[in-house]
Design a protein around this ligand. Structure first.
Ligand SMILES: [Mn+2]
Length: 695
């Protein structure tokens, strides 16, 4: 006898209703409270693994995820997974580094309660600057304020009024308070490099790390004194850190090494324990609430990942916190550069928001597939399969809207959407990297000096050689920016001239392939500048089969040229010399139409006599283009679309102003230059452009 399909459906329906009722009952009698106001972080964590899809090895008191009021039993799939995972791991099956890999599905979002590392035990604090309240100086302090700004770059008078243990303003996205992270995170070593820093801004950095980092995760704080000369950084500092009973270590450089090499020294001084992660902080930072677990979680899942927190601005005057400008509507930005290698931030792209997982990223993304069909629980595993992309985007977008309407239910969200996003570059001062990996990639190029370009070197090396640079929105760190009026720290005398510019050349010569022409087009004075030997860096690139810069520009830094278009190449550059004379065109240091161009004795030092004539017919000096204002030949600020006005005709040596058809002429007796009707016989209209060498 055959049973009709309709009858089968009815039987299944009854069974479903019964099992739902059972689940609701067991949920009501189940555990509820997870958060206790207790100092001990372990007490803040739920006793069981919260991921409904991952076995908890014995304990069977997981809550079921709630979907539109219906509870879903995922026990079956769990059981299936548990059987898989209980199988003894064969030797050699995992070649994934030394860090814990037990629970790759973390992090998990849960709107119904705080995340497992959210600490609610901080007593309410009252006092100047607490939670980022504005601190003001008295009129009587005016002189002390300006003296401290000149010496340290910060208003130290106000900083000294704020407790070293003040709590920061919590600027995180509200979602950040609801993520669970693995309970098996590796230890970290926080490295702080300083040179002649002010006392309270430096020491508050140390206090904030100790106060806001789970103590079982903080292996040490390594302070590298880069040959400071200020008295308070001598014995006073050594005595002060004794209270931390060895947690804070202080090493001093015998000579000033500069920030870059001092960071490498910090890596060498740090503890070598398996899986340990190094976290670099500038010497004037305050970490945010629960800053650490989100920052290191992506590294635990892929040791070739380097992460960067969101860096908030702490005012060097009143010590308030503000998010950085230049991001998207959430304040999220990617790290970028212009073609003269200046650091830039560009808004987060839609592609990053919607992005699927990277191939090397062992996270998986899960979401409820369809709200009316509660049992559909979909997990997409890491895949770089481009053909699946559009489908995935659509689903994520739908989910994003949906989660806003159902803020009380538990979801496992696609992790890439809010947890982190890819960034082509980092700013450089604040980042986390696995210690062993940092050594494997050779730390920084040891030929880089003092400051500048090292952030790009590290970013390009990581991206092009198989790693990733991720920005982590839920990890926020405040950074005090130097104020104008700071006298600065002059480089030590053994350092070559223009260290940053020289660093940039090393970076482009090693990593930029044919794109280096765009750097030299923007900074022609560097073309013949000595930059030392980069053969070891190039050899690293070859031996590690690193990808091309073109690949990097097309796949990772795909949005940079939208914001900073490739500059036209130079047809000619150098000094513009009046033929057969010693007189050269000179901007006289004028900018933005401040005054006329003149001729002056050719000094062959570049500077105000260095011009470049581009394929786009711009005649420019740095970011200033030669043009005519009220019939005066002068320079104006320009982007790559403006003032395309000049042509150098080699047959008669003339420099022609295309828009008027006139020629550049110099005065014979005075040093002026002007436009005149072209006359090929006129000696004062003849020019040559000669390359000059910059030192
Ligand atoms: Mn800084």
């Amino acid at each position: 006898m055959r049973i009709k399909p309709v009858l089968w459906l009815k039987v299944i329906l009854v069974l479903l209703i019964l099992s739902c009722g059972y689940m609701m009952f067991s949920r009501m009698t189940g555990k509820k409270a997870h958060i206790k106001a207790d100092d001990d972080y372990n007490n803040l964590m739920p006793e069981v693994n919260r991921d409904p899809l991952i076995p908890d090895h014995g304990a069977d008191n997981n809550e079921f995820p709630v979907i539109d009021g219906v509870e879903v039993n995922l026990k079956d799939s769990k059981h299936h997974l548990a059987q898989k995972m209980d199988k003894p791991v064969e030797f050699g099956e995992q070649d994934v580094g030394n860090h814990p890999k037990d629970d790759v599905a973390y992090p998990i979002l849960n709107w119904r309660r705080l995340g497992n590392y959210e600490d609610v035990s901080f007593p309410k604090r009252v006092g100047p600057g607490e939670y980022g309240a504005k601190v003001v100086a008295q009129p009587s302090e005016k002189d002390a304020v300006s003296a401290s700004i000149k010496e340290f770059g910060f208003n130290m008078v106000n900083s000294d009024k704020i407790s070293l243990d003040r709590l920061p303003k919590d600027l995180r996205h509200q979602e950040c308070r609801h993520w669970d992270y693995s309970q098996n995170l590796p230890k970290v070593s926080v490295i702080i490099v300083f040179h002649n820093e002010g006392w309270s801004t430096l020491v508050r950095t140390v206090h904030s790390v100790i106060n806001l980092t789970p103590k079982e995760l903080l292996a040490e704080i390594v302070m590298i004194d880069d040959h400071s000369s200020k008295e308070h950084l001598g014995q006073r500092l050594a005595n002060y850190i004794e209270q931390f009973k060895g947690l804070v270590k202080l090493y001093r450089n015998e000579r000033r090494e500069g920030l870059i090499r001092a960071r490498s020294i910090g890596a060498q001084k740090s503890m070598s324990i398996p899986g340990i992660i190094l976290i670099y902080l500038d010497a004037h930072c305050e970490v945010g609430f629960n800053w650490l677990p989100p920052l290191i979680m992506p590294i635990v899942n892929n040791r070739m990942v380097t992460t960067v927190p969101l860096i908030d601005v702490i005012s060097g005057q009143d010590y308030t916190f503000t998010p950085q400008a230049g991001g998207d509507s959430d304040g999220f930005a990617r790290g970028a550069w212009d073609w003269s290698m200046l650091w830039k931030r560009v808004p987060l792209t839609r592609e990053e928001k919607d992005r699927r997982k990277h191939t090397t990223d062992p996270y998986r993304s899960c979401w409820n597939f369809k709200r009316t069909l509660a049992l559909s629980y979909v997990c997409i595993y890491s895949s770089a399969n481009e053909t699946h992309r559009s489908t995935t985007h659509r689903v994520i977008n739908k989910r994003e809207k949906w989660s806003l309407r159902h803020a009380n239910t538990q979801y496992v969200l696609p992790i890439a959407v809010r947890q982190f996003f890819r960034s082509p570059a980092m700013a450089g001062g604040l980042f986390a990297i696995e210690r062993a990996y940092f050594f494997e990639i050779g730390l920084y190029d040891p030929g880089l000096e003092i400051w500048g370009g090292e952030n790009f070197e590290l970013s390009f090396k990581i991206w092009m050689c198989g790693g990733e640079v991720l920005f982590v929105p839920c990890s926020r760190v405040g950074h005090v920016y130097r104020l104008p009026g700071w006298s600065g720290n002059p480089p030590p005398e053994y350092i070559p001239a223009n260290p940053s510019l020289r660093n940039y050349i090393r970076v482009v010569e090693t990593w930029w392939d044919e794109y280096k022409d765009y750097f030299y087009a923007s900074r022609p004075e560097t073309i013949n500048m000595p930059y030392g030997d980069v053969s070891k860096q190039v050899a690293y690139r070859t031996s590690h089969n690193c990808k091309s810069f073109k690949w990097f520009m097309e796949n990772i830094a795909y949005d940079i040229t939208d914001h900073y278009p490739l500059p036209p190449r130079n047809k000619e550059w150098g000094e513009i010399r009046a033929l057969d004379t010693n007189q050269c065109l000179d901007s006289m240091g004028h900018k933005n139409g401040e005054g006329p161009l003149e001729t002056g004795y050719c000094h062959r030092m570049g500077g105000n006599q260095l011009f470049r004539l581009s394929e786009a017919n711009q005649l420019a000096q740095y970011d200033q283009c030669v043009t005519i204002q009220r019939s005066i030949v002068t320079v104006m600020h320009c982007d790559i679309s403006q003032y395309k006005e000049w042509n150098h005709r080699h047959e008669d040596h003339s420099i022609r102003h295309i828009t008027t058809g006139k020629c550049l002429e110099r005065g014979e007796l005075v040093h002026n230059v002007f436009l005149a009707t072209c006359d090929p016989t006129q000696a004062t209209q003849k020019w040559e452009i000669n390359k000059v060498q910059s030192t």
